[in-house]
Design a protein around this ligand. Structure first.
Ligand code: NAP
Length: 286
């Protein structure tokens, strides 16, 4: 059955290019998602960098990164999912920590339904790559057993340590990248992705990987959905790290806010240079 996009919510644009939108603007459901793709165009790497790393995360009002079930599926909704699909379609590679792969049951990725044309028009390769960061090499069978991979997908790239690689016997050797003895050197890992032409990186978490990416100043952008829930409990925040990050509290810059049904979908730049202005912003804002 063709994807009509009719079940997806419309999104109100509240802030664009860092400024409040004056006249009402709404991104209506659209199976091809052309307008949303323009709003979320994945930037090219900044000067002096090989990749643009955009993270996409969701948090509740009280800062929880998961619901009671221990996965983010308990706190997201249709608006978040609409943007999530487009961000995937616009990325060369989705980067994820092994904890999230294990908790959320990741498999090799397929292009979101109905977005293959958008992906082609954006200049991306037909297949979406998945890259998994793991110190231990302890990955579930749906990843390590290539025979179980869905048709049309490519085996994930595993970014790991020497010990991790030793555990992955039988996995295609050209899909295993060792960038450290005891821990994964994330800069070397990102460089290895760039060497394969994978420069638009979408980091989907989880909190430990995001903490390490932020700590190493590898994060360029954060797309953060705030879900209108208060869940309490012992859930992690979207970034966990052993100690406070040492960036001196430099503030992120607000790029964009969309809204639907109480969910706020924000885009933040973590770089000093402005993101390219949205081409269609025109006189829609002050
Ligand atoms: N709210 C959201 O947007 C969101 C997004 C994603 C996930 N989550 C939730 O977050 C939870 C998982 O949290 P998590 O912190 O365990 O997730 P994670 O960051 O995905 O996984 C941590 C694991 O990833 C590997 N890893 C991360 N950084 C590494 C580094 N620098 N070097 C080497 N390996 C590294 C290690 O794997 P090994 O143990 O294999 O060595 C580590 O144990 C789940 O409940 C998931 O549902 C929420």
């Amino acid at each position: 059955m063709p994807d009509t996009g009719s079940g997806r919510p419309s999104l109100d644009v509240l802030v664009l290019d860092g400024r409040p939108v004056e006249s009402a603007r709404r991104v209506e459901p659209d199976p091809g998602e052309a307008e949303l793709a323009t709003l979320y165009a994945h930037p090219d790497p900044a000067d002096g960098r090989q990749t643009w790393v955009r993270a996409n995360m969701i948090s509740t009002l009280d800062g929880a990164a998961t619901g009671a079930g221990g996965v983010s599926g308990g706190i997201n909704g249709d608006a978040d999912y609409r943007v999530f699909r487009v961000l995937r379609a616009l990325a060369d590679v989705v980067l994820v920590g092994a904890g999230t792969v294990r908790a959320e049951g990741y498999t090799p990725l397929s292009v979101p339904d109905g977005l293959a044309d958008l992906r082609a028009a954006s200049g991306r390769a037909p297949a979406i790559e998945l890259a998994i960061v793991t110190r231990s090499g302890d990955l579930p069978e749906q990843i390590t057993d290539v025979g179980q991979h869905p048709a049309g997908t490519v085996p994930p790239i595993v970014l790991t340590t020497s010990a991790g690689a030793a555990r992955l016997t039988g996995y295609p050797a050209d899909r295993v990248v060792v960038t450290g003895e005891d821990s994964v050197d994330l800069q070397a890992a990102l460089d290895a992705l760039a060497d394969r032409g994978l420069v638009r990186v979408l980091a989907e978490g989880g909190p430990s990987l995001l903490g390490d990416l932020a700590d190493g100043d590898h994060l360029d952008e954060l797309c953060l959905t705030t879900s209108p829930l208060v869940v309490g409990g012992p859930a992690p925040r979207i970034v966990t790290s052993g100690s406070y990050l040492g960036k001196g509290g430099a503030p992120a810059r607000l790029v964009q806010i969309l809204h639907s049904g109480g969910s706020l979908l924000a885009r933040w730049s973590l770089r000093a240079d402005p993101l390219p202005a949205h081409p269609a912003s025109g006189s829609a804002h002050r």
